[in-house]
Design a protein around this ligand. Structure first.
Ligand code: 2AM
Length: 484
């Protein structure tokens, strides 16, 4: 097999599907000779061929796990990019059989954080180090610079620090998009919440599109221009940019634009659902992210929606009211931005709650920094989040950072106009309205929760606290009410 003639390689990578291949080529391009392996050996040859074609990169392929492991310099480091779950356990078993004390395995997949913690413990018993590393940026990011979220053994991180600092996306003025996240499964957890935030961003963008198209009657060309203009301002981000590109793509197989031919049914792989489950576990309100997951569930009920649309046809209330297009576009931009602040506040608070529970000591500002480049949620906006946590690392909620608070106040009228317009027009806007309700609940000193607590005490003697006297109280509400 084509291996390095004498000198061992610096690192190995196992699992050569799209992400694995691209990451291997990226590592090689940054000057680190790399050994590669895949269960199905044709992918090994394919990767070596690509490495040749893309500039004779130092990628060395192996068809059997033993010679693959042996080709790497000690202490050996192997990144795995195989399907999460059982395939990871199988790959660990295959590789670790040939590894020695002090060697290290890194899982670069979207793995459930507890699996990483279990494996880290099992590896430690063999004297092996383990990292769970979130990798974001898709195919393009993996090849040219992803955002990397490594968590687990700090010693293992130190082995690979020189590599990941070069391989990660580089953002001027804020450095490479990688940092040691923390202990245990923190790298996977942070990547999971990153994906939850990504769900939220995509939902909010889809709602902006919906109201502009359905109520504002914007054409795809107009939408393309709006999103491309937005990408020059406060909303500048990868997702806004690709959205503007999507509106410009014509259907090669028919008339019109491709976006209009795409079935309105969203797929998912599970990290969004995990994020919502964790929010519930930790009692953290994350309504924007939750609404994005619910919207995907509802999108999946295409056949039911077709039937329901017939049932409610006569009650269709989408009005043909006149809207000032330019004003609507400007309002939607502001609503999108304000909603996004709420969504990120939820994601960050979820990460902080987990960090406290697990003693991870995660630095929220650093996370915002490493998401500024390489990953799917990369955005100019993340710089503002980083600065907010730099100003106050103990910030209870992004909403109350003085800069964000000012931005929300400036945008709230437009935000309320957009949500109201959607509601009266019968256009569902779950993400933006959930964000607005989150803001409206969080900013109010007094909520109607007093009534809920009174009801709980009425039927279940759950007791209540008082606003004026400390302690816990119970009232025989029923007896008093009966006497009246
Ligand atoms: P394959 O090419 O041999 O299928 C994404 O599916 C990656 O995970 C691929 O590289 C795939 O290898 C690998 N993979 C999936 N299941 C695996 C398993 N049980 N053992 C090893 N690799 C696996």
């Amino acid at each position: 097999m084509a291996g390095p003639s004498s000198k061992p390689t610096r690192i190995g990578l196992a699992g050569l599907a799209v992400m694995g291949q691209n990451l291997a080529l990226n590592i090689a391009e940054k000057g680190f000779p790399i050994s590669v392996y895949n269960r199905t050996t044709s992918k090994v040859d394919e990767t070596v061929e690509r490495a040749k074609a893309e500039g004779n990169l130092p990628v060395f392929g192996f068809h059997d796990p033993k010679s693959f492991v042996m080709s790497i310099q000690k202490p050996r480091v192997i990144i795995m990019l195989v399907k999460a779950g059982a395939p990871v356990d199988q790959t660990i078993k295959t590789l670790s059989a040939h590894m020695e004390k002090g060697d290290c395995i890194i899982d670069g997949g979207n793995e459930w954080y507890e699996n990483t913690e279990r494996r880290e413990k099992a590896m430690a018993e063999l004297g092996l180090l383990y990292l769970g590393m979130g990798v974001s940026g898709g195919e393009e990011g993996a090849r040219n610079g992803p955002s990397l979220m490594p968590g687990g053994s700090f010693e293992a991180y130190k082995y690979i620090e020189d590599i990941v600092l070069k391989v990660a996306a580089q953002v001027p003025d804020s450095g490479p998009c990688v940092t040691y996240i923390g202990k245990g499964g923190s790298g996977n957890f942070v990547k999971m919440v990153h994906n939850g935030i990504e769900y939220g961003d995509m939902q909010l963008i889809a709602e902006a599109y919906d109201v502009l198209k359905s109520v504002g009657k914007l054409s795809n060309d107009e939408l393309k221009n709006v999103f491309s203009e937005w990408n020059n301002g406060e909303l500048q981000s990868f997702l806004i940019e690709i959205t503007s590109h999507i509106f410009g793509v014509k259907d090669e197989n028919g008339d019109g634009y491709l976006v209009d031919k795409v079935l309105d049914k969203t797929g998912m792989k599970g990290t969004g659902k995990w994020t919502v489950q964790q929010a519930a576990e930790l009692s953290v309100a994350a309504p924007t992210i939750e609404s994005s997951l619910d919207s995907r569930f509802l999108s999946g009920l295409k056949n039911e929606r077709i039937e329901a649309a017939k049932v409610f046809k006569s009650g269709d209330i989408l009005t043909e009211q006149e809207v000032d297009k330019q004003k609507l576009i400007d309002d939607v931009r502001q609503a999108l931005y304000a909603s996004k602040i709420c969504s990120y506040a939820q994601g960050m608070n979820l990460i902080r709650a987990k960090s406290i529970e697990k003693g991870w000591e995660l630095k929220l500002g650093e996370l915002a920094r490493i998401w500024k480049g390489g990953c799917i949620i990369r955005a100019i906006f993340l710089d503002r989040i980083k600065k907010a946590y730099d100003r106050n690392s103990e910030l209870a909620n992004l909403l109350v950072d003085p800069e964000f608070a000012k931005e929300i106040i400036e945008r709230q009228r437009a935000w309320r106009r957009v949500v109201s317009l959607a509601i009266v027009s019968g256009i569902s806007m779950p993400g933006m309205s959930a964000s607005l309700a989150y803001f409206d609940s969080y900013r109010r000193e007094r909520l109607p929760a007093n009534l809920i607590q009174a009801q709980r005490d009425y039927f279940g003697a759950h007791t209540y606290e008082r606003v004026d006297v400390s302690g816990s109280f119970h009232t025989e509400w029923f007896k008093i009410a009966k006497k009246m």
